[in-house]
Ligand binder design. Structure first.
Ligand code: UD1
Ligand code: CA
Length: 483
């Protein structure tokens, strides 16, 4: 018989103080509920029901995107965890003999292996209910696991309902359980609201099982972090650090050098090849992929960016860019969506590139803006070149042929084509197409007004320096006069 997963995600999350529903807050580039839905995949569930309430439209929309096969069920009023599971089981047909796995939507560090172990133990013991527990350093707020003299689970007592003696117990309820479906349905129908919060507690199902003599079991999580929930932004940051550490350790074991784990942040969907080196203060986000031998950072943020083998990316930001093998980027480059750098190319210091391709071996080394351009192979773009792509209304493209030399401080006013092997003269404003092999010069011709400074700026240091230089020149000319 299959497994039905029930994810509890209807709570408000008041302490987040946020316009965003709690389970939609993200860690490592994935929503809290997204982490939980990923973990439950490990048990190959027959169906996944998500109980939603607060912010239901946004949560439902998110679920449709990340887990279209999950079934959202609305819990109109949040009358407790027992009520939430009752609503879920009422909304879908769960056959007797099936297993119901209940998890919380706000506990993102739960591992798939732990759920497999929980279900394995549940089935092996033939239990009606099996509770995932953990020993935590600070049990404040959690339901306590109360055991009978034989060490069997007797009841789960909520923090607010616990005696002083029970409060001292360090073993707590994770909020994750496996239930036998028929037992669960019968027990849920018998829950009362006779407790300090006036809610239907799912935890009371355990006491009911004991009263009925139905077998209950427990499984203890190896790592208590797995059961930690997010209630406020302090916990969000703490769990973010734990998750990041887990992600980094997996990459380090897979052959990636992470020089400083404390200042390196890698989202869960990022993929890295062995022998990538990540330097400090670096963030790799979204769907970023980095190939072998690439060196990233320090001080680099890459989002949804592809980096080829052996590329170097130093102190730069890139979003939606494709950095080719052995390309060099930075320091202080800004690559925007659609920037495609070819093999062995370069985007150097203070260079911004958007929606443009830079061909193999081509270089944009310094202080340039490249927008809406197609640059061929072996091109050099001189310092401070600007691709003038915007006329105030529309964007236009520029095509630069192979082996072009664009001199420093050239304005390339689009739409424009520079033919293969052409040159521009420094300081030119190029507004017309340049034929292959031509030199384009578009600037004022220089004229020197002799003696201007001594006449117009007399008494200044410039005038004195000019007079001294002119005298020295005159002297050396006189010295060279034949006797
Ligand atoms: C619950 C457990 C507690 C356990 C703890 C683990 C109960 C009575 N207590 O306490 O023993 O140690 O989890 O984190 O179950 N939710 C709904 N609908 C509701 C109420 C809650 O969907 O009507 C959801 C919440 O959004 C949350 C989860 O259920 O994701 C847990 O609810 P919460 O109120 O946080 O339970 P705790 O008081 O923390
Ligand atoms: Ca909680």
């Amino acid at each position: 018989m299959g497994t039905t997963v029930v994810v509890l995600a209807a709570g408000e999350g008041t302490r987040m103080r946020s316009a965003t529903p709690k389970v939609l807050h993200t860690l490592g580039g994935r929503s809290l509920v997204g982490h939980v839905l990923t973990a439950v995949e490990a048990v190959e569930p027959e169906r996944v029901v998500v109980v939603i309430g607060h912010g239901r439209e946004r949560v439902a929309e998110h679920l449709a995107t990340i887990a279209p096969r999950s079934v959202p069920v609305v819990q109109e009023h949040q009358n407790g965890t027992g009520h939430a599971v009752r609503v879920a089981c009422g909304a879908v047909a769960v056959p007797d003999g099936a297993t119901v796995l209940v998890v919380c939507g706000d506990a993102p560090l739960l591992r798939g292996e732990t759920l497999q172990r929980l279900l394995g133990e549940h089935r092996e013991q033939g239990a009606a209910a099996t509770v995932l527990t953990a020993l935590v350093p600070d049990p404040t707020g959690y339901g306590r696991i109360v055991r009978d003299p034989a060490g069997e689970l007797a009841a789960i007592v909520e923090h607010r309902d616990a005696t002083a003696e029970q409060l001292a117990l360090a073993e707590v309820n994770s909020g994750v359980y496996a239930f036998e479906a028929k037992f669960l349905r019968d027990a849920l129908a018998r829950l009362s609201t006779d407790n300090s919060q006036g809610e239907e507690y799912l935890t009371d199902v355990i006491a009911i099982a004991r009263r009925d003599g139905a077998p209950v079991a427990t499984v203890r999580a190896a790592d208590f972090a797995e059961i930690l929930g997010v209630n406020d932004r302090v916990q969000l940051a703490e769990l973010g650090r734990l998750l990041n550490r887990r992600v980094l350790e997996a990459w380090m074991r897979a052959g990636v050098t992470v020089v400083d784990p404390s200042s390196t942040w890698i989202d869960v969907d990022v993929r890295l090849e062995p022998d990538v080196v990540v330097h400090p203060n670096t963030g790799l986000h979204g769907s970023t992929r980095v190939a072998a031998d690439a060196v990233i950072g320090p001080g680099t943020t890459l989002t949804d960016t592809v980096v080829g083998t052996g590329a170097h990316v130093l102190s730069s930001h890139a979003t939606g860019a494709d950095i080719g093998p052995h390309a060099h980027v930075g320091p202080f480059a800004y690559l925007r969506p659609g920037a495609v750098l070819g093999v062995d190319s370069k985007a150097g210091a203070f260079v911004e590139i958007k929606n443009s391709s830079v061909g193999a071996g081509s270089k944009v080394p310094h202080l340039s803006y490249v927008g809406d351009a197609d640059i061929g192979v072996g091109v050099n773009i001189g310092a401070a070149t600007i691709f003038v792509n915007y006329d105030g209304v529309a964007k236009h493209r520029t095509t630069v042929g192979d082996h072009v030399r664009v001199a420093s401080d050239t304005m390339l006013v689009a739409p424009l084509t520079l033919g293969a092997g052409s040159y521009t003269a420094a300081g030119s404003v190029i507004t017309q197409d340049v034929p292959p092999g031509a030199l384009a010069v578009a600037r004022g011709v220089q004229r020197n007004v002799e003696g201007w400074v001594e006449r117009k700026r007399p008494g200044t240091r410039s005038a004195a320096a000019a007079a001294a230089a002119n005298n020295a020149n005159k002297q050396s000319t006189d010295d060279r006069e034949p006797a």
